[in-house]
Design a protein around this ligand. Structure first.
Ligand SMILES: C=C(O[C@@H]1C=C(C(=O)O)C=C[C@H]1O)C(=O)O
Length: 137
């Protein structure tokens, strides 16, 4: 038995492998229109989640910046690998429990901690307190 496979309407597909999906698109069949609608609902959630993540990242960097100021004051090095080991273990457990690929949690940890340490080094080198609101310091 062969299963007939109908290609969806791909009027917006581009040669470089991109499909621009929006309600303005010229979607001919009802099934594709419904899929586009469902994607749009999901994209609303994705946008809300991104908003929350960026706000949380801002708060995290404000906190790590202040840790950097305190470390510089005390003459401590930017890195604390024992703390990082604890964070890796903890985040991997959280990821597993939440149904997230632990690799993603590791990549997240690597990204934020590396950026935090770069800022710690800059704070120590400049001898300046960037202030609690200066997340770019
Ligand atoms: C913020 C700190 O400094 C560094 C950055 C960390 C982080 O971003 O969570 C963790 C450990 C340190 O390598 C800290 O020691 O708590």
């Amino acid at each position: 038995m062969t299963i007939e496979h109908q290609e969806p309407q791909r009027s917006a597909a581009r040669a470089d492998g991109e499909t621009v999906i929006d309600s303005e698109g010229d979607w001919h069949d009802a099934e594709t229109k419904q899929i586009v609608q469902r994607i749009e609902v999901l994209r609303q959630s994705i946008d809300n989640i991104d908003m929350a993540i960026v706000a949380l990242l801002a708060e995290r960097f404000k906190a790590t910046t202040q840790v950097g100021v305190l470390k510089a004051e005390a003459g401590f090095a930017p890195a604390d690998y024992t703390r990082e080991e604890y964070q890796i273990e903890r985040l991997q457990q959280i990821a597993q429990g939440a149904g997230l690929d632990p690799q993603i949690a590791l990549m997240y940890k690597e990204f934020v901690v590396t950026e935090a340490k770069k800022r710690h080094k800059r704070i120590a080198d400049s001898g300046d307190d960037p202030g609690v609101l200066d997340i770019f310091a």
